[in-house]
Structure formats: C-alpha cells, structure tokens
Design a protein around this ligand. Structure first.
Ligand code: PMP
Length: 408
C-alpha cells in the first residue's frame, strides 16, 4: 500500500513553513530531500562508529569498513552489477564522468581524430569533461541533435557511428526537460555500428526507475546519491570489470596503491584503484540506507506516484493561458519545465513562487545548449519526488497564475 501521509512523515524537512507558508518542495531534480532512515544512518555512523576505513586493525575501523562495503553491495544489487568491485564510490555524477574521461585519455585509448558522441540534452557535466578530453587529444566531439519536442534524432547515430567513435555518452533522463531517452535503442546502435564504449548518465533516472546495468549492457553508468534521497557528496560510478581493469587511476594517493616506493608504485585492485584518499564514509553508508528506503517503498511505486503527479501537473499547468511546456509530454520522468508567454525572466516566476513557500528551480539548469535551442535564457522547472502530492500541484498551478497576474 502506498500511503503518502506515512511517506511524508519520514521527511522531517517538509514539516516547516517558508515565508509563512507550508513548504512545497518541487526542486528534487536538483537535490531530493532525505528520509529519517538516511539521516539516522548518517548520524549513527558519526555517533557510534566514526573511524577511517580499510586501514585499521581496531574495532571501529573494521566496523566502518564493513558498513561501507555492505553499502557497496546494496548499490550493486540495486543496479544489478555483476560484482561489488565494479561499483566505485565517487562524489557524484560529475566526478564519475570526469574520472572516465580523464582515465580513458590517459590510457592511450583515444587519439587525434577519434570521435566522442554526446547528445544535445546533456548536463554540462556530460559535455565539459569530453570537451576537455578532446582538447587534450585532438579528438572530435559530435552531438546527437533534437527535434522541437526534445527528442533525440537517432538517425544521426546511423550516419555517424563508425570505428572512429570511441565513446558515446548520453543521459537516460534529461534534467532540464525530463524527457526519457531511448537508451536501450541507443546502446543497440552503438554496439551494432561501432566498438565505442557506452557511458550512461543516470543522475535523473536512478531516482525514478529500476536500473539493471547488465540488461542495459552499458560500459559505464554514473549517478549521484543526493538526487535519490542520500546525502550530498556521494555518488557511484559503475563500470564493467574488464574495462575498469585496463584503465589508469584518476587520483593518486593513499588507499589506491598496492605498493609504493620512490622508484615505482603499483596500484591496488578494483574498486580501490579508483578510490584514492579518505572517502566520505558516513555518506557512502547513508547511500545504502537511501537504497533501502527506495526498495522498501518500491521503485515501481515511486515511479507510478510520480507519473500521476506529472500527468496532473501537465494538465493543470496547460490550463494556464500562454504557458508553454518544453519537451515531449508523453515520455518523461519527474520533471516539468515551462515558461509563461510574455514573462521574459523565469526567475521572476520562481521568486513569486518562493514567497508562496514553493521551491522550484529557474534558469538554464546547467544545460545551456538546450536553452539556446529553444531560444530562451531559462525555464521554470518543477520536479517531483515520492513525497509530493496532488494538492501541492494545485498550489503550484495557483502560484503560477498569481505570478502571471503580477508580472504581466
Ligand atoms: N547529469 C545530470 C542529468 C544531472 O541532472 C546532474 C545534476 N543536476 C548531473 C549530471 C551532475 O550531478 P552532480 O552535480 O550531482 O555531480
């Protein structure tokens, strides 16, 4: 049974007023709120266990190591990775993509005139690391175009995939539009027409979908904890064992070595080769609690509830004259991105909503190419999580109407 009251009672932050109004938090694509189970796991770690991992002989260090490695296993099962050592703790999606780009560039994997394909729908963190890699190596960046509904034009792949293509990196869900990309179809084309490595940015899909990296057959899958009810500063890079084995480390330092001398250092095995330095132990353990939370509610239940909210939000918002929603409406997850005709600045709408206690994001959402495509400086973005309600959508629609009256 999906009991929204019970779910909301697990999120203490919701129980407050902002600007004299009950908080309505609709900025989950930027970062979701955290349930008590995650907060308590994090606090319990610092109150009862806190010690550095992987080095200590003493009891607390061993406990901390055990808990963190348990959390790695929880994530492994959550995304159905074959091995726990294919699951690497990072600071988030951004670090995961930078790790891949840096490390592949260091492995002589990519040369001048090789090609990297991304899409028009990418977050800056799935654009800039590849541009930096291209600058370092002389490789070329190619971009899958979109149509006016934000749908990727996949015939571009038929025309552009070749043996020159070394990497294809695409998100599963667009953070700016919420559009769900046909990632299975993209991977099938990549496999058929090239030997490129396939990177999936799952930052906006993991909070909403069941993920099976083996079934997807991607080479890498990256995501952030903080968008799926875990603390900030933790994330995951999944990579296939045989590829991770061949890659050079990203950061050098403690924990990632097998032996170290001034003459030569040898590297630790997976996953530690990619986890230099003291990790965010409390955060990594709390990520496991977030996985437990999602599994307990049921990922499919979360998805169904958010879909109900999304459909209702689109219906209510489209009743407002002059409101334009960006992106395909039928295939989206968790996000509705819009502007009001005649209101040039999305942040004006956001500020009025904030006065009503409603938190939305406004601006370019770290996706300036999409904004350029639609010829706008930014949009208003409402994004949903498991704790949002239909009444909150009503309040959003009323708030947008009020903003329209005030700004026009
Ligand atoms: N990719 C997508 C699709 C995102 O939505 C985000 C966060 N907005 C990122 C990458 C970057 O995530 P982080 O800032 O957590 O590293």
């Amino acid at each position: 049974m999906f009991d929204i009251k019970e779910i909301r009672s697990q999120f203490p932050i919701l129980n407050q007023q902002v600007n004299g109004k009950p908080l309505i938090y609709l900025d989950n694509a930027a970062s979701s709120q955290k349930p008590i189970s995650v907060l308590e796991t994090w606090q319990k770690y610092y109150e009862e266990i806190n010690a550095n991992v992987h080095r200590g002989i003493h009891t607390l260090s061993q406990l901390a190591t055990e808990e963190m490695e348990n959390s790695r296993k929880k994530v492994q099962h959550f995304i159905n990775a074959k091995h726990d050592y294919e699951v690497i703790f990072t600071r988030g999606t951004t670090e995961g993509i930078n790790l891949i780009a840096y490390s592949l560039g260091n492995s002589n994997f990519i040369k001048k005139d090789d090609e990297i394909i991304i899409s028009y729908l990418e977050h800056h963190s799935n654009i800039v690391p590849w541009q930096m890699l291209c600058e370092r190596t002389g490789a070329k960046l190619k971009v899958i175009p979109i149509d006016e509904n934000g749908i990727l034009q996949l015939d571009f792949l038929d025309q552009n995939l070749s043996e020159k293509t070394k990497i294809v990196s695409v998100n599963q869900v667009s953070n700016a539009l919420g559009v769900i990309n046909p990632i299975e179809e993209i991977i099938a084309k990549v496999r058929k027409l090239s030997s490129a490595l396939m990177v999936v940015d799952g930052a906006q899909s993991v909070p909403h979908f069941e993920i099976d990296v083996q079934k997807l057959d991607c080479d890498f899958f990256v995501f952030s904890g903080h968008k799926m009810y875990a603390p900030m500063g933790v994330g995951i890079l999944y990579g296939k064992e045989e590829i991770l084995e061949k890659m050079q480390p990203f950061h050098g330092g403690g924990e990632m070595i097998a032996t170290c001398s001034f003459d030569k250092t040898t590297y630790a095995g997976l996953p530690f080769k990619f986890e230099a330095g003291t990790p965010n132990v409390g955060g990594n353990i709390a990520l496991g609690a977030a996985v437990n939370f999602m599994k307990k509610v049921g990922v499919q239940n979360i998805r169904n509830h958010e879909n109900t909210l999304l459909e209702y939000a689109q219906k209510k918002l489209l009743e407002i004259d002059g409101l334009k929603i960006y992106g395909e409406k039928a295939k989206r997850a968790g996000v509705v991105s819009f502007n009001l005709e005649g209101v040039g600045i999305a942040s004006d709408v956001g500020m009025i909503l904030d006065k009503l206690g409603i938190a939305v994001r406004t601006g370019h959402h770290c996706t300036q190419p999409i904004m350029d495509f639609f010829n706008v400086a930014g949009t208003v973005r409402a994004s949903f999580a498991v704790f949002n309600t239909l009444e909150e959508i009503d309040a959003l629609a009323e708030g947008v109407k009020k903003a329209q009256r005030m700004l026009m």
